[in-house]
Design a binder for this molecule. Structure first.
Ligand code: HEM
Length: 143
């Protein structure tokens, strides 16, 4: 990611990164197969789950992971650190039976959320696409 692209991703992420529960809700709503991979959420009514502490905890974990990668991006000095955390992320999810296709679904749902909630445009979209491509290249090597 270029420094400029990283700045675009960072500033748009800042506009929504406090909406952890909303983001996870949007992902599960669009893709129940993702929700169903979680033993504590599988088969449960999403609208009831949304207000539980367990849901908030997991939403915060996901958003914190994204925030960490996003904050490290755009700086070559952080390349190895990013590689390490993203490959562990891929390996851990692979071990839980999460598929590349489900990561693709997550991408689609996240982008729909971003488009609806941040100032979106071709340059922002291109920066996010590049960011997620980079993450997937590394994560998929462990899957
Ligand atoms: C943990 C599933 C995508 C971040 C987990 C757990 C499951 C899971 C089952 C274990 C939960 C527990 O035992 O409490 C999935 C599925 C995904 C997905 C089906 C499909 C797209 C993501 C994405 C992120 C993410 C895109 C981050 C952007 C995390 C984190 C944890 C976690 C940070 C907790 C730390 C860990 O145990 O690795 N995920 N996940 N997940 N997931 Fe995901």
């Amino acid at each position: 990611l270029t420094a400029d692209q990283a700045t675009l991703v960072q500033s748009s992420w800042k506009q929504v990164s406090h909406n952890e529960v909303d983001i996870l809700y949007a992902v599960f709503k669009a893709y129940p197969d993702i929700q169903n991979k979680f033993s504590q959420f599988a088969g449960k009514d999403l609208d009831s789950l949304k207000d539980t502490a367990a849901f908030a905890t997991h939403a915060t974990r996901i958003v914190s992971f994204l925030s960490e990668v996003i904050s490290l991006s755009g700086n070559e000095a952080n390349a190895v650190a990013i590689q390490n955390i993203v490959s562990k992320f891929g390996a851990d999810h692979n071990a839980r039976g999460v598929t590349k296709a489900q990561f693709g679904e997550f991408r689609t749902a996240l982008f729909a959320y971003l488009q609806a909630h941040v100032s979106w445009g071709d340059n922002v979209a291109a920066a996010w696409n590049q960011a997620v491509d980079n993450v997937f290249v590394v994560a998929f090597k462990s899957m």
